[in-house]
Design a binder for this molecule. Structure first.
Ligand SMILES: [Zn+2]
Ligand SMILES: [Zn+2]
Ligand SMILES: [Zn+2]
Length: 567
């Protein structure tokens, strides 16, 4: 690298940081060709032909640096004609390239330029040059001021920029046509209100965001393969010779090659069976899109649980993310429309048609006694209990023949064929009885159950008549009145000597139990015979048994709160 850092002051013609007046006739060795660049940072003060690097360059070979640039950063101050940031006067027959000035240039005379004071070489061209220094002229003799060159009589200027308020070249009216070629692909800022043909005005933003740096090497088909310009966007305020490469993506310029995509948008199809991912480049509007068929998992809705379907798509493009969508469905609710009753021996219910296994409207049967065939004097009848809701039927029971009314003291018919254990219906009260003894003259039955559970009053008779024979009612079966919720009064006949367990339980309205029997003993009562009897019930007993029964009943579990009285 060839560099000057010192101040050069001479009130004469041809003053420069590296060379004063360089011509082949004066000095055959005086050509500047340096590797890694030529740079002046010192302050340069002179009169005519003053330049930061060279005052006057008239050598036939170009001033170049094979792998660098010819730059000036120092202040250049002239007091005459031909004053430029890099070269005061260019008289060489060589082209110029890769010149840059960042120092302030001041002058009082003619031909003042940011890079070159006066380019008088009429067969040559200038390219790849820039000026970011201030150009300031004072005094009434000052004229012909240019952002790049004060005067240009060469051929072409291309791929240059400057940031001054002056036109690219300062050629006045008289010198307007001295440029024999044209200006092309050169850039200035908006403060330059009189740009030349081919000088393109750009906003400050275009200079800072890399656009100008990119355009300086050409765009489209005319873009150069070898790039001269670059810019570290965000750091460099203007294009830099040899700066960091700038890439174009539509309207976006950056130091990284490639598109500038916005966030992907995902669109599900109406059926949710596919999803399209799409993203658009914010620079060039290039679109990437991909449509993928969804996979899904499903939890079916139950009668009481919501259903769920989860769709999922995975894209091949790694810039698109896995998408899921969940659709909830309402629970179905149970369905018993037109369902027939299901039943077992205790209860009936409806099965949900959706197959959930739930038993709906389940309830115990409500039995009614149906007489299928009335008994006559000589033929047995039959009846069965049937649920009034679901139609469930219990096994049929026999209704004994009615026999003849007993009008005399005749002995009962010996044609009585009832067997012990057989259940019969007593025609007189409709209640059920079980034959307990039926031999010779001994006929005994047990009270099994009333006709139905809707009666308010039940009397267990002393005896009943079957087939003309008289059967003593000697016992009451377990659970005989159980759950007769309407039952208020019960009378127990005088032949009853035994009462089973739980006979009264669930009889919530029971008020009075009248016991005519005097035969009850501890042995013939269960410990739970009186279970369920509360103080709302009064037990009436024969007068002569009052104290004995009080003691007996208490020992058999009757609450002491229940009143036991004589009738
Ligand atoms: Zn793009
Ligand atoms: Zn269901
Ligand atoms: Zn039923």
């Amino acid at each position: 690298m060839l560099q000057n850092k010192g101040e050069v002051t001479a009130a004469i013609t041809s003053v420069g940081g590296i060379g004063g007046h360089m011509t082949s006739s004066d000095n055959s060795n005086c050509q500047i060709q340096a590797a890694k660049g030529v740079i002046n940072t010192g302050r340069i003060i002179g009169k005519n032909s003053v330049g930061g690097v060279v005052g006057e360059y008239a050598y036939s070979a170009p001033m170049t640096s094979t792998d660098g640039f010819i730059l000036n950063k120092g202040a250049v101050e002239g007091n005459g004609d031909n004053v430029g940031g890099v070269i005061g006067r260019m008289g060489s027959n060589s082209d110029g390239s890769k010149y840059g000035n960042m120092g302030d240039v001041t002058n009082t005379g003619k031909y003042t330029g940011g890079v070159i004071g006066s380019w008088d070489s009429n067969k040559t061209s200038l390219e790849n040059a820039f000026n970011t220094g201030n150009v300031v002229v004072t005094g009434e003799d000052a004229a012909d001021v240019g952002g790049i060159a004060g005067r240009f009589t060469g051929v072409n200027i291309k791929n240059c920029y400057h940031t001054t308020e002056y036109p690219l070249i300062g050629n006045g009216e008289a010198e307007k046509d001295e440029i024999t070629g044209k200006i092309s692909n050169c850039y200035c800022m908006e403060k330059n209100t009189l740009p030349w043909d081919g000088e393109i005005t750009k906003t400050t933003k275009a200079f800072t965001d890399g656009e100008v740096a990119y355009l300086l090497d050409g765009s489209g088909d005319s873009r150069r393969a070898e790039l001269f310009w670059g810019q570290k966007i965000g750091t460099d305020q203007t294009p830099v010779l040899g700066g960091m490469t700038v890439y174009q993506d539509g309207s976006i310029y950056s130091n990284a090659d490639g598109h500038h995509y916005g966030a992907p948008q995902y669109t599900w199809s109406e059926s949710n069976m596919s999803c399209t991912a799409r993203r658009i480049c914010e620079g060039c509007e290039n679109e990437e899109s991909e449509t993928v068929t969804a996979s899904y998992t499903e939890e079916k809705a139950g009668c009481e649980t919501n259903g769920k379907k989860e769709y999922k798509v995975e894209f091949k493009n790694p810039s698109f993310e896995v998408q899921t969508k969940t659709i909830m469905t309402d629970s179905l609710g149970h369905d018993v429309t037109d369902a027939v009753w299901s039943k077992d021996e205790k209860a009936h219910w409806k099965d949900c048609k959706n197959g959930c296994g739930k038993k709906l409207e389940q309830a115990e049967h409500t039995f009614q006694t149906i007489i299928d065939r009335q008994a006559t004097e000589s033929t047995e009848g039959s009846s069965h209990e049937e649920c009034s809701v679901c139609g469930y039927q219990k096994a049929a029971v026999v209704i004994p023949v009615t026999g003849k009314e007993e009008t005399t003291n005749e002995q009962p018919s010996n044609t009585n064929t009832l067997t012990v254990g057989q259940v019969v219906v007593n025609k007189a009260d409709g209640s059920f009885y079980t034959i307990k003894k039926n031999a010779g003259k001994v006929h005994e039955v047990e009270y099994k159950a009333p006709k139905n559970k809707k009666q308010t009053k039940i009397a267990v008779p002393d005896s009943i008549k079957i087939n003309g024979a008289t059967y003593k009612v000697t016992s009451i079966a377990k659970s005989a009145f159980k759950n007769n919720k309407k039952l208020k009064t019960v009378t127990i006949g005088k032949n009853v000597s035994k009462i089973g367990k739980n006979v009264f339980s669930g009889c919530k309205k029971l008020k009075t139990i009248t016991i005519k029997s005097t035969k009850l003993k501890a042995k013939t009562l269960s410990k739970s015979t009186f279970k369920g009897i509360t103080k709302a019930t009064t037990v009436k007993v024969p007068k002569k048994k009052l104290s004995a029964y009080k003691k007996l009943f208490k020992s058999r579990g009757l609450s002491s709160k229940v009143k036991v009285k004589a009738y």
